[in-house]
Design a binder for this molecule. Structure first.
Ligand code: 6R9
Length: 643
């Protein structure tokens, strides 16, 4: 299967030889793949120019290309009528197919429209849309004219959207009148209206119609479909340098401020394409079903860029796993004849609870590979996915990666067809990826059967280049902790056999249903009643992690109990999004446990919530050890036997 790649390298005949070659000769490997798999306007003269310790990463220097040409035009030349997108609309059974020819046409019209409205090379366009063909065309139209896109998940609140528009210095927003998900209508255009009130730089908002309901339009708004019809279907692609920005994507870190990770053109596209092909064993003619929202990196790399760069057919899933019923995914697999299905553990755990009948009802014989992403997949969910969904026939690939890595870095495949797959383990590094584990002193752990901080020892083309407007933060977060290595923020275990298993975040980032959220972002909410707060993640059956908030009230506060919780929840969903709302709010704490230097002892709070009182450990560094007694008592009162 990796033979096509292997054929290009002397002395490399099989998959494991290719893996070794790609790690030891990463430059020759990527140079050959880049020449073979991308269409260049001008060839690159330098394969890479990287210095991880300084956070400087450049690939394919001197080369020029256009990402939309690579995703569209070259396939239109060979197979214009092939289906590029299957839009699985929220309304089940009403899918819309879009061919390469018509996606190119849509993209060109939109590119021309943006250009006519003054969007220039280097500008940043914010896209606040549900997963749909016009959203994909918007991303590709930006790529066509050399603008960067900044897709913001359509579940984010007006405030979260505004913060991202401002940070990205975006002057243009693309949205829809209303969104529809799980049968519920959301007022996306109204959310944009509220957001742009605090974004003085926004000059124009393009509004597409997802539903038939008209919305109030202002002088700044442009009716997108109507105006697109007036545009030409040919749009000259911009010649972009390999290292020009393709997109920004915001993600949570351990501070209150989300970071806009920057991905560039050639390296990102190549990495998304190659991982899509090999991890999922994607072949021409297959229907690829990634059910992630385009607002996350998984949607970018595996609903859009990877499959389209490979000339594939990709499903855009607009709905939820249980709408109209818990058979939705598998009914869709049957109807669209999906060959590779890529989803999240949280959804698998949810569906498992509804029972096997919902799966058995539908024909899943087209499935060849099942993928999982976003958080660790527990053995029970993995086994169910493999045995029930895949009838024990399909390899399950637990894929580990991040917004920062651009594409999959550790996954059981590619490997030989009969190579073992261990449940719940990402296992094997992808081509050229060199995982390294560090101990607490920052020393490289060389043996097997060890756990440590997961780093990657050499640069790869898909990695993020910087944090928008904050290269210093990029260096401090990823490059400084272990100089010369890229630090992922995750912990991992390397088994006796040398396989990798991700154990979870090492920083104050929690993972709710596969969505990253910084505890500091939730704590950051300025609520009049709250003196201070501490948020931690705890293990949650369905969501992977739930949010537990400890809140200290100001002295003169009158609002109490349920009303207070309601107020705090409204605050969080207004400031961030509904998924970030605490599951538990413990409000009566007089003081949070702190070190003498004033740092909140989260370790202690975590142990209390995990009911591991022996594990609370040494409290002698606390300024007031009795605070812990009160917290333990309060936790018991609040949760009974729950979390
Ligand atoms: C692609 C994506 C990244 C964080 C990452 C890790 C967790 C992702 C995982 C996994 C265990 C897996 N994560 N995949 N943990 N096993 N297969 O999810 O990107 O939203 O940036 O989240 O998610 O903690 O660091 P992103």
């Amino acid at each position: 299967m990796a033979n096509q790649e292997a054929a290009g390298f002397d002395g490399v005949s099989d998959r494991s030889a290719l893996q070794e070659f790609s790690v030891s000769n990463s430059e020759s490997f990527w140079a050959a793949v880049a020449r073979q798999r991308l269409s260049w306007i001008r060839p690159f003269h330098t394969v890479q120019d990287c210095d991880l310790s300084r956070g400087e990463i450049k690939w394919f220097v001197g080369g020029q290309l256009n990402v939309s040409v690579n995703c569209l035009d070259r396939h239109v030349h060979t197979c214009p009528e092939r289906v590029a997108l299957i839009w699985e609309r929220d309304e089940s059974g009403s899918e819309v197919k879009v061919t390469y020819r018509s996606l190119l046409e849509m993209t060109c019209r939109l590119g021309n429209l943006l250009r006519r409205h003054g969007v220039k090379r280097g500008d940043c366009v914010t896209i606040y849309m549900p997963t749909c063909p016009l959203a994909v065309a918007s991303m590709l139209a930006c790529a066509r004219i050399g603008a960067a896109h900044n897709v913001v998940f359509a579940g984010f609140s007006a405030e979260a959207l505004a913060e991202r528009i401002r940070d990205a210095q975006s002057g243009t927003v693309i949205t829809v009148n209303q969104g529809v998900r799980g049968g519920k209508v959301t007022e996306l255009k109204k959310t944009v209206d509220t957001a742009v009130q605090s974004c003085p730089a926004v000059q124009q908002v393009f509004v597409a119609m997802r539903t038939e309901n008209p919305v109030a339009m202002t002088a700044r708004d442009v009716a997108m479909e109507e105006e697109m019809l007036k545009e030409d279907v040919v749009c000259e692609p911009a010649a972009m340098d390999s290292e020009d920005v393709l997109f920004l994507l915001y993600t949570s870190g351990s501070t209150g401020k989300p970071k806009g990770l920057v991905h560039t053109q050639a390296g990102y596209l190549l990495y998304a394409a190659l991982t899509h092909r090999y991890v999922f064993s994607y072949h021409d003619g297959d229907v690829f079903g990634c059910v992630a929202d385009i607002g996350w990196i998984t949607g970018h790399s595996y609903s859009v860029y990877g499959p389209l760069a490979n000339g594939g057919t990709t499903v855009l899933f607009e709905s939820t796993p249980i709408y109209p019923d818990p058979g939705r995914y598998w009914e869709m697999v049957q109807r669209l004849k999906i060959n590779q299905f890529y989803g999240a553990p949280t959804a698998i755990r949810l569906l498992l609870k509804y029972g096997d009948e919902w799966v058995h009802k539908y024909d899943r014989s087209t499935l060849k590979t099942l993928g999982s992403v976003g958080e660790p997949i527990n053995t029970e969910a993995w086994e169910w996915y493999h045995r029930v969904v895949g009838d024990g026939r399909c390899p399950v690939v637990d894929t580990w990666w991040q917004t920062e890595t651009g594409g999959i870095c550790i996954s059981p495949r590619p490997s030989d067809a009969d190579a073992e797959i261990v449940p719940g383990m990402a296992m094997r590094p992808f081509f050229s990826i060199k995982p390294t584990l560090m101990d607490t002193e920052g020393k490289v752990l060389t043996s097997n059967d060890v756990s440590g901080a997961l780093c990657i020892a050499q640069p790869w083309p898909g990695m993020a280049r910087t944090i928008h407007n904050n290269h210093q933060r990029f260096i401090e977060t990823y490059c400084r902790p272990h100089p010369g290595y890229f630090f992922t923020g995750d912990g991992a275990y390397r088994s006796k056999e040398g396989y990798y298993q991700i154990t979870g975040r090492l920083d104050d980032v929690i993972n709710v249903s596969g969505h990253r959220i910084g505890t500091a972002e939730i704590e950051d909410n300025q609520c009049a009643a709250v003196a201070e707060s501490a948020v931690i993640g705890y293990s949650h059956d369905l969501k992977g992690q739930g949010v537990y908030a400890f809140v200290v009230l100001k002295n003169d506060v009158e609002v109490q109990g349920a009303a207070l919780c309601q107020q705090l929840n409204n605050m969080v969903s207004k400031k961030i999004a509904k998924y970030a709302c605490p599951d538990f709010i413990q409000v009566f704490v007089q003081r949070l446990p702190k070190t003498r230097s004033g740092k909140i002892m989260r370790r202690v709070l975590r142990k209390v919530v995990e009911r591991d009182l022996d594990g609370v450990g040494d409290l002698s560094t606390l300024d007031d050890p009795t605070a812990v007694q009160e917290i333990i008592q309060g936790h018991g009162d609040l949760c009974g036997k729950q979390p």
